[in-house]
Design a binder for this molecule. Sequence first.
Ligand SMILES: [Zn+2]
Length: 391
Amino acid sequence: MNIDKFTSVKYLQSTGYKYFMPEKVNANWFWSDPQINSLLERASYLFSNSIFLMKKLLPILVFIFSITACSKKIHDTSIISKSETITIAANAKDTLEWINTGTAGVIARYKTTAIIIDPFISNPPIKKVAFGKIIPDTALVEKIYSNEILNQTKAVFVGHGHYDHIIELPAIAARLNPDATVFCSNSTKNLLAPTSLNKIVDAEQFAVNHLQEGTWLYNSDSSVRSMAFLGTHPPHFLGITLYKGNAKKPLKKLPNRAKQWKLGTALTYLIDFMENGKPVFRIFTQSSSCKDSVGLFPATLLKEKGVDVSFSGAATAGSRIAYLQRTIDIAQPKIMVLTHWENFFHPFNPSAPEGIAKSNIPKLYNLLQQSHGNKTKIILPQPGSRFVLLR
Ligand SMILES: [Zn+2]
C-alpha cells in the first residue's frame, strides 16, 4: 500500500454520536516521499542506541541499587575485633603481625620481612566506580603503606584483577622495595605492565586445582614462598559478574576506570615466611569465595607445616558459610580472619564499618562461631586494625 494514500483512522457516524476507527497497519508499504526514509533512519538509530545504552547501563544501575539498598549497619559491634594480641603457645618465641587494611587487603610481617595482599584502601564512592575515574587517595596510601613497610616488603600477592584488590599497587610501586616479587594472574600481569614493577610473576601458569600439589614459587631472597591454586569469583548480583575477562596483552597505559581492571583468573595462595630454608609461619589467602573445595589445597601439604592464619573473603552471595566451614575443615587454620566483609564504597573509616551489600555479616559470623569456633579462632577485623600472633 502506498503510505502517501494511507489514512490512519476513519471518522464514522453512529447513532447520535461520531467516533474514530483506527485502520489496520499490517500491509506491505511503499512510499515516494524521501522525508519518510530519513525519519525512519533517525527512528531506527535512536532505537538501537537506547537498546545499546540499556544493555550497558542496566547491570550498573542494578548494581548501584543493590549496593545502596542492601548494605547493613553492624549493630552488635562486639563481634568486630580491634587490635589484638593472640598467644597460642606457652613459651612463645615467634611473632607474626598483620594489619587488615580493609576489603581483602593485608600487610603481614615476620621479623623484617613483610608481604602485602590485595592492596586497596582508597574506597572510591560508587558513582566514581560506575561512571568516573578511580584514583588512589595518595595521603591515605602513604599513611598506611609507610616507607618502613614498603622497604621490608618482599612479596605482593594479588587475588584477582578487580580494582578493589589492586589499585594501590601502582601507587606504591615507586616506593616499594625493588626486590619485591609480585605474584598474580597472567591478565593482572598485563594490567600492571605500565608500572615500574620489574618482578612480576605470572603465578597462574603454575596454579593447580585443589586436588594437586603445585610448585613452590620463591621471591628474590627466598624469604617468602607461595603455591597458587585456581579459585573462582562469584557473581556480584543476579548471576552477573562485573568486569569479567582478561587483559590479553601488556597494557601501555594504566587503567583508570573500574571496568578496565579486568577480573582475569582468581587465584588463592598458600604463603610461607621462610627462615633457614624452613617455613616459620604459614598463611592461606582466598580473597573471593568459592563453592565446595575450589581454591583450597590438598591436605598432604599440611604435613610439612600447618596453616597459622587464613584470610578468607566473606563477600558475595551464595554458599559462603559452607565454603568458610570447608576452608576450616580442610586448611585447619589456627586463626581465620574474615576479609572483604565491609562496604568498601564508604571512605576508609574504622569507627563505623557497615556490612557489604546483600550480606548479613553478624549472622554469618555467629553461625561460623557456633559450628567451627571450637576448632579455629574466628576474627572479624576492624578495617585498619593490627594483630599480633605469638607462637
Ligand atoms: Zn572481584
